[in-house]
Design a protein. Structure first.
Length: 104
């Protein structure tokens, strides 16, 4: 840490201090360095979680829009199928009429 860093005293459970000392030794940092590192990481995680929550809302909104549009597409398909059926009936009627005129 740089010399312009502020010194502060905090109280914490002995078990937590032991965990910090173990982690500091494993990472090659001092106790203070480990505390600063872990606090910094927690703030970065907060930022990442906020971004994730925003993205999740956007995804949910997109999914809702997709579902609404899918329902419209399905309605359109149903309408087209009705039109096709109607056209096929009219075509069959027209063919029958044409065939009956040819027979005369």
């Amino acid at each position: 840490m740089a010399r312009e860093d502020v010194q502060t005293n905090i109280r914490l459970p002995a078990e937590l201090k032991d965990l910090l000392l173990e982690a500091a030794a494993a990472s090659g940092r001092s106790l203070s360095g480990e505390v600063v590192f872990r606090l910094s990481q927690s703030f970065k995680m907060d930022e990442a979680n906020s971004a994730l929550a925003r993205n999740s809302r956007h995804i949910d909104e997109g999914a809702e829009l997709l579902n609404r549009n899918m329902a419209r597409v399905e309605e359109g398909i149903a309408t087209l199928e009705q039109l096709r059926t109607s056209l096929e009936l009219r075509l069959a009627e027209a063919q029958e009429l044409l065939d009956s005129h040819k027979r005369k």
